[in-house]
Design a protein around this ligand. Structure first.
Ligand SMILES: *[C@@H]1O[C@H](CO)[C@@H](O)[C@H](O)[C@H]1NC(C)=O
Ligand SMILES: *[C@@H]1O[C@H](CO)[C@@H](O)[C@H](O)[C@H]1NC(C)=O
Ligand SMILES: *[C@@H]1O[C@H](CO)[C@@H](O)[C@H](O)[C@H]1NC(C)=O
Length: 551
């Protein structure tokens, strides 16, 4: 890696920059829910990420359009991760300028991302105070008791500033990713158990029961996070019981596990439901598509959790073609600069042809807040390079009141959806005016069933949430990819430019339902004809998608 080769030179550099310090980012007050709780010891170690300018990110955005817009002549001609890195790696003079400045002042520095655009530094609080001309303090998140070392602003030397996008997480007051799942009240009492099981999804969405291509590289990746507090595991015995009960035709199918940062997929039934849902509704729906459970430890900083996965996907020889994540955060928990860094990571995955699918969240328009004065968008769902999935239920298809949706405060509306979101906004007139950013990226993009049966601790239980919707939608796409591969065509990659154009034929519009908003039930959004911020463009229609794709 260029960066590592540059290191010895840096140690020889005598020059100590003494240019004036310039304020780079600041917040005016400690965010709601956190309070200052003292000064950390000056010798305490902290880790920070420095995001360097990327040499050609605007050009990479054009490449993503070229490979994802169905009418483009290079549709489906994805780049390799090595090619993507050429657009992302920082210019050489940025690397040397930043290294000259930080190396004498930190305990260690190493590249964090494969392209070297993100550096991870380790330093003491005293060093950080000096390097960034600020005062780090300890802050406590009142609800969870979680402590973090942060500052309200930081500065950079004027000669260095142009080479750095941002340093994270100095001013980012973060909570770990929240699982988008909740256990609904019903337990084993529904009249027909099969009603909410894979067979039902196969019937309603026309999803076939197995693959035909024989491809082993068309695989699904499933995100998991765990820790003692967020104990999430995928249990092999429960999956076997689930398949025996609901998918006897693929009984015996299983999943592989990849563990990051010392995570463990415990099998002692002590976990929550998220891992169970996500594995049972990928292995159990995408019949015979190889499935990998990527389990990472919970990080107190969600940007790091999301970046771990981006880095992992960029470093795989054959990464999954579809990747589903049922975890979300409020967009405002990220600074705009850190959300943009993570979203640019998803842009890179779009360039290499991975469909990144996220649940939209379960709190409706307001993240379940009542009495709020503005709606609450959710991230990563608002990143324009991912496909976010809201929730609906049968029958007739109706949007789930908790289905999170709305408009980003950070990301402007992308061209692929502008006609659809403005059509919806025109149709509602002044409703909800002042509660959302009418120029923001609209989400969710699509929807699917939010309530299903799973097997947990050996027994059948019903669960609900967009947690269920994301793996179901991912399974639909993985089987569409299977048919494309069998027809000698490339997989779908980044889905949205297709879904908002010719791919609309592969989705069934949902026009009933209302979401939760700042004054309670029904005060969020209404489902409507065409795209809406509760059910997106609608639910899977496999035969319709085959027709739309000409296969
Ligand atoms: C960015 O990409 C364009 C088009 O490929 C190329 O002409 C230009 O040299 C690149 N710039 C950098 C800094 O790599
Ligand atoms: C930076 O934050 C400190 C408190 O940590 C405050 O005293 C100072 O005024 C802030 N400076 C700027 C320029 O915002
Ligand atoms: C697979 O699906 C078809 C309908 O497309 C159905 O007729 C058939 O019975 C299914 N096979 C199994 C083993 O469930």
């Amino acid at each position: 890696m260029d960066l590592l080769r540059a290191l010895p030179l840096v140690f020889l550099a005598k020059c100590v920059l003494s240019s004036p310090m310039v304020l780079h980012e600041s917040i005016s007050h400690v965010p709601l829910g956190f309070k200052a709780s003292g000064s950390p010891p000056p010798t305490q170690d902290i880790k920070l990420f420095i995001a360097l300018v990327q040499s050609n990110i605007t050009e990479l955005a054009k490449v993503v359009e070229a490979v994802s817009i169905p009418s483009s002549s290079s549709y489906g001609q994805y780049l390799t991760a090595a090619e993507v890195a050429q657009y992302i790696k920082p210019p050489a003079d940025s690397v040397s300028t930043v290294m000259d400045w930080i190396t004498p002042n930190v305990a260690s520095v190493k590249p964090f991302s494969p392209a070297g655009d993100i550096l991870q530094i380790s330093l003491t609080v005293a060093q950080a105070d000096g390097l960034f001309n600020t005062k780090f303090s300890t802050y406590t998140h009142s609800a969870s008791g979680q402590e973090m070392v942060r500052a309200l602003n930081y500065s950079l030397p004027s000669t260095v500033q142009q080479h750095i996008l941002h340093v994270h997480p100095i001013i980012a007051f973060t909570r770990p990713p929240q699982r988008a799942s909740r256990n609904t009240a019903y337990k084993r009492t529904a009249p027909d158990r099969r009603q909410l099981a894979p067979l039902c999804l196969q019937e309603f969405y026309g999803i076939p029961n197995t693959t035909i291509s024989g491809s082993l590289t068309n695989s699904i990746g499933v995100q998991g996070y765990n820790s003692p507090s967020l104990g999430e595991y995928a249990n092999h015995d429960d999956l076997a019981t689930f398949l025996n009960e609901f998918r006897p035709d693929i009984a015996g199918n299983t999943f592989s596990v990849t563990l990051l940062n010392g995570a463990q997929n415990l099998q002692d039934n002590s976990g929550g439901l998220e891992g169970q849902i996500d594995i049972q509704y990928t292995v159990g729906v995408a019949g015979n598509v190889p499935t990998t459970y990527l389990l990472d430890v919970e990080n107190t900083d969600p940007a790091v959790s999301y970046m771990d996965t981006i880095n992992w996907l960029l470093s795989q020889e054959d990464p999954p073609t579809v990747f589903t994540t049922s975890y979300v955060n409020e967009e405002a928990e990220f600074t705009q600069s850190s959300a943009t860094s993570v979203c640019n990571g998803y842009m890179q995955l779009a360039a290499i042809g991975i469909s990144m699918i996220f649940s939209s969240g379960d709190g409706g328009a307001s993240d379940n807040e009542e009495g709020c004065t503005s709606f609450v968008p959710m991230f990563p769902a608002t990143c324009p390079y991912v496909t976010s999935v809201g929730g609906t239920f049968f029958q007739p298809p109706t949007a789930f009141s908790g289905s999170a949706g709305g408009f980003s405060n950070y990301f402007p509306v992308p061209s692929y959806q502008a006609a659809d979101t403005s059509g919806y906004l025109q149709s509602i007139g002044d409703a909800n005016s002042g509660f959302y950013n009418p120029n923001g990226r609209g989400f969710p993009d699509v929807a699917s069933e939010w309530e299903v049966f799973i097997v947990n601790e050996g027994g059948v239980t019903s669960v609900g949430g967009t947690s269920c919707a994301s793996p179901i939608f991912a399974s639909f796409i993985a089987l569409v990819n299977d048919r494309l591969i069998a027809a000698g065509k490339p997989v779908l990659g980044f889905l949205n430019p297709l879904l908002y154009s010719t791919g609309k034929g592969g989705l069934d519009d949902v026009t009933l339902g209302q979401s939760f908003g700042c004054s309670g039930a029904g005060s969020g959004w209404n489902a409507a004809t065409g795209w809406d911020p509760i059910s997106g463009l609608g639910t899977p229609d496999f035969p319709g998608m085959m027709k739309a794709l000409g296969i």
